[in-house]
Each structure stands twice: as structure tokens, then as C-alpha cells.
Design a protein around this ligand. Sequence first.
Ligand SMILES: Cc1ncc(COP(=O)(O)O)c(C=O)c1O
Length: 424
Amino acid sequence: MTVRRARRGAAATGDADEARRAEGDFRARLREGAGFEGPPGARAWAELDLDAVRANARRIRRSAGVPLLAVVKADGYGHGAPAVARAALEGGASRLGVATAAEALALRQAGLTAPVQVLGSFLDSEADLIAQAEASFTLHEEQDLRRVAAAAWRAGRALPVHLKVDVGMGRHGVDPRSAARLLAEAQRCPGVRVAGLMTHLPCAGAPDPAISREQISAFARLVAWARREGLCPPQVHAAASAALFRFPEARFTQVRSGIAVLGLDPGGWAARADVHLRPALSLRARVMRTRVVARGVAVGYGGRWTARRPSRLALLGIGYGDGLPYGLSGRGAHALLAGRRCPIVGTVMMDYALVDASDLPRAPRPGDVATLVGRDGEGRILLEEQARKAGLIPYAFATGLGKRLQRVVRGMQLSPPARVRRAA
Ligand SMILES: Cc1ncc(COP(=O)(O)O)c(C=O)c1O
């Protein structure tokens, strides 16, 4: 058929030549326009742009004016922890934060030597692993002090801890009324080196700033007391991404940031502080098939979408098995093809999603690349937009990206191996 088309084209008039050129241009745009080459044979992939991570870390660091701890838990919010961690450090982050002992060890196994803090609660069985990873602990309750002291005795060296005060999150952390006593106790405890005093703000992105201001003040009073008593550790930290841009008084001696390092700005706080972040992740899938369905035909599971006109549907090789949320079904979400928005129609399936490509000037072909998150020419779909349409927060969208999804990392730099710098 292609040959026949080509022959017809050869015999055609200038108009037909023109049309063929346009067709060729459009095809090239669909296939290679923005240089989207996934891994060989991949039908769906996530692209991680490390230059964006570096730039974000640099901008956050500069805007905050204090050291940055880059939070890379949950595999760097689904973006790939070792690569994000390395790029954040190259961009100026000083430390890394994870949730679990296993995540700290994984960073070490990947060759990362920067100070790491396990920000999460830990089980007795995790304490020795945190010590092995040369990471610092976060104390969330009185018994944690005993757990760390025991692990220090087994490790034969003092272990660094950060005391976490609960100013309102209500999940873990020491009550502010007992924090002063526990801080004093930790400072005296053999085998424990108090490296930090911290809190986490639960409502930093909430419309009313009053609650966060009150919580920051409660923490600041404790810090002031600790300073007066000579008990204050070197690192004092409270602000994550939203708070670090919104409440400068919450920056203390360090900020912690996960989502903003990835270029996501869920509440728009970075933009309001005139800090422009670059999204680090793009999500793409190839067209598997296209077909034209007649008006009135229902498609997909449950027949939840019916063609209102003869429609050209493109079947994309990405589904909820890859992390494209099922919640995008019937929610007015889009994918980009050749830079143009095409509605996602019907239900998102385990391996596929359908888009209505009827309004494209030409039919896409198998192998063409669709963008679910990211840029394609003039078109752009933010992860925040897809998350909102799926009824998710951006954190949940990103961490939900599946194992089957292939990965492309751009902007890798070779850095020389170094000795582990023990966590502080
Ligand atoms: C204790 C702590 N600090 C910092 C962060 C980073 O938050 P964000 O990704 O909003 O910067 C988290 C993430 O949940 C956290 O649990």
C-alpha cells in the first residue's frame, strides 16, 4: 500500500507533491519531532532529565539560602532514587533523606557517599541496618533513644540522630512538651550524637497560613530554648518544599525538599516565590494500532465511551500496569500526539489507553510517540494536571509509576568514586 501510494505520488501534480511533503513532515514530527527515542522495543517509558534536577536543586538552594537535604524516598518519588540523588548533589544539595533503612542501603549500594538521614520511624530490626548504611536516625519517640543507644553499642561507635518534634502532624514525633527533656537526655546519652532538631509541617500548602505560622512558632520557641541552654544541635530543620518557599522563617539551618527537586510545584509556592522549576519527568508511550470506529460505537471495558462521530482511535501501549492511573478514565485527560492534545477515551486498561486522534491532520501510525506527561513541541502536559484529573496528588502519581515502565535517563555525568561521608 505504501508502494502504491508512493507511485501515485510520483505521478502527481505540484499540489500532490506539496501534500506529500506535508505528510512527510507530519510523520517525522510524530516519530522523531522532539527526539523522543525510548529504549529499543519499549512501548512505554519514563524519561528523567538530570539537568532539570540539577537546576532545581541549585535554584532551591539559592532561594532558601541554607543547605538543602534532597528527599529521595520511595525511589526518588518514582523518578529513580540514585540518579535523582546524584544530580541533586551535583546541583548543590548537601544531604539526602530517605524513609527506610533499605532505602539508605540502596543509596550506598549505588555508590552514593553523601550524608543520608532516615527520616522515617524505624523498627528495632532496622536500627543496625541504618548504622551499617552510615546514615543518621530520626528519633520519633522516647524508646527510639534506647534503640539507637543499643545499635551504637553493637556498632562500637556513636550514631547520629535528629530529634523530631510533632507540632501537629499527629503521626509520630515527640510531643513539644517532652521534647526539651528528651533533647537534654539525648545530649547526655552515650553512643548517641545529636546532630539535628527537626519538625515536619502538615499544613504548609493549606490555604490558611495561620496554622503553619503557629506551628513554626512553637518549634522556634523550642529551638530558642535549646540554644539558650547550649543544647541545640547544628542542624535545625522544619521546611519541606511548600514551606521553604512560603514561610522563610521555617528555613532555620536547612531545608528538605523532594517534590520541588523534581520540578513539581503542586501549590504553586515556588512560582509565587519567583523560583521557576523544571519538571524532570516525561512519560511517553508508542501508538500500537489505530482504527476508525463508526458513530455510535462504544469502546473499551464497560463501553463507557461512545463515538459521537466516526472517530480515529489510537491505541497507546501504556496502561495502569505501567502506572498510568485508572482514575484518568473518562476524566477529560489528554495525551499529546505531534504536539497536539488528543483526549483519552474509554477506561484506562492494564496495558493500553485509547486516545481520540480524529482531529489530527493525519492518522498516527504504529510506533509513533505519544506524550502523557511532558513536552512535545508547542504542547505540554504537566504531571500536576494528569494527577489532578486522576484524583491524585502529584506525589501519588509519580510514586505510582510502575516497574514495567522502561526508563531513560538523560544528562548523566560521570563523577569519580568517593569515600562515604558519614551522616551528620
Ligand atoms: C519528614 C519529611 N521531610 C521532607 C519531605 C519532603 O516533602 P516535599 O516532597 O513536599 O518537599 C517529606 C516527604 O514527605 C518528609 O516526610
